[in-house]
Design a protein around this ligand. Structure first.
Ligand code: FMN
Ligand code: ATP
Length: 302
């Protein structure tokens, strides 16, 4: 596992891949792989260089739907084969500087040997900084800049934005192709109304920060992990329309063959299949019949 001290001194002479990296998707891993390969060739350190929080938390907090929490993003970056993850503290004062000031503050004290970025990268005040700015600064200070052609899938570049849109539409298998792994919901189990058990399917209600639930409303199948154990799960995302007004749970999971209590536990669910949209059933009987059929499907197919 890479050094996660976020010590900026690790940038000195290092070969870095630079960006936000929400989702640490296939294209991000390609870019980081390019940095790691050059670092190995030159016998330098390979660094994933990012921000401690996602800039969109500052600039687009109202419509933010991240693929990962910041902690998970930093952990996933540490797991890509780099020697260190360095995270700049993201504040408006830091990131909102004109490009020349930003580069001086970011790289001036510890100049990296090389920076790998994707074509079209923007940074600094109002995203006015470009790859050409990085190249100009690099030429003066001895930092190579490698701007890579964007990795594509089905004719267009892979991006976190594209994956978020797919997930919003419930397209979990397309999202999985671009991420290179299933989308993961991460949350803590909180008490629900406790009525699921009487209906024949107890559910764990997951508390997930809204900004970290990229998946659109619907019913899904996947694999839940708790305390190192994996269970097949039928999952509903979105507030139950049948019980709206009586619940504010945004994510509920029925774990097959799980006995016990989960309250307070950290639960993650790798979502593999979309089963159906959320339905406002006319009767509770219909709801129960449908959910039990969904659970039976999960038992048969996962
Ligand atoms: C797999 C699954 C599918 C569900 N589908 C729906 C649905 O289509 N419509 C709905 O109103 N509620 C749906 N729910 C939510 C249930 O109504 C809810 O889990 C039940 O009322 C128990 O809630 P409680 O745990 O807060 O007591 C679903 C729940 C699960 C686990
Ligand atoms: N498809 C791609 N191929 C190669 N590099 C990429 C690709 N997408 C992003 N990058 C690069 O990866 C780094 C991290 O990018 P960034 O965090 O902006 O990712 P993104 O997936 O494009 O996100 P968003 O959609 O939110 O803009 C940047 O250097 C960026 O230019």
């Amino acid at each position: 596992m890479a050094d996660e001290t976020f010590d900026v001194a690790r940038l000195e002479g290092a070969v870095c891949a630079f960006g936000v990296f929400d989702g640490v998707h296939r294209a991000h891993r390609f870019l980081i792989g390019q940095a790691v390969a050059q670092a190995r060739e030159l016998e330098k350190h390979a660094v994933a260089l990012t921000f401690d929080i996602d800039p969109d938390e500052v600039f687009h907090a109202d419509r933010l739907r991240k693929l990962m929490t910041n902690d998970d993003r930093l952990r996933a970056l540490a797991d890509t084969g780099v020697d260190a993850v360095v995270a700049f503290p993201f504040t408006e004062a830091f990131a909102g500087q004109p490009p020349a000031d930003f580069m001086q503050r970011a790289f001036g004290a510890h100049v990296p040997r090389a920076l790998h970025v994707g074509h079209g990268l923007r940074f600094g005040a109002r995203a006015s900084g470009t790859v050409a700015d990085l190249e100009r600064w690099g030429a003066v200070h001895g930092m190579e800049v490698h701007a890579h052609t964007l990795v594509q899938a089905e004719g267009s570049p892979i991006s976190a934005t594209r994956i978020r849109l797919l997930l919003q539409e419930g397209k979990v298998s397309e999202a999985r192709d671009l991420l290179g792994r299933p989308y993961r919901i991460v949350g803590r189990v909180v008490p629900g109304r406790g009525e699921g058990a009487q209906m024949g399917f107890s559910t764990a209600n997951l508390s997930v920060p809204p900004a970290c639930l990229a998946l659109g409303e619907g019913v899904y199948a996947g694999y839940a992990r708790i305390d190192g154990e994996t269970y097949r799960a039928a999952v509903s995302v979105g507030v139950s329309p049948v019980f709206s007004g009586r619940t504010d749970a945004v994510c509920e999971a029925h774990l097959l063959d799980f006995q016990g209590t989960l309250y307070g536990a950290a639960l993650s669910i790798d979502v593999t299949h979309f089963l159906r949209p959320m339905i406002k059933f006319d009767t509770v009987d219909e709801l129960i019949r449908t959910v039990l059929a969904n659970i039976a499907w999960v038992r048969q197919h996962l």
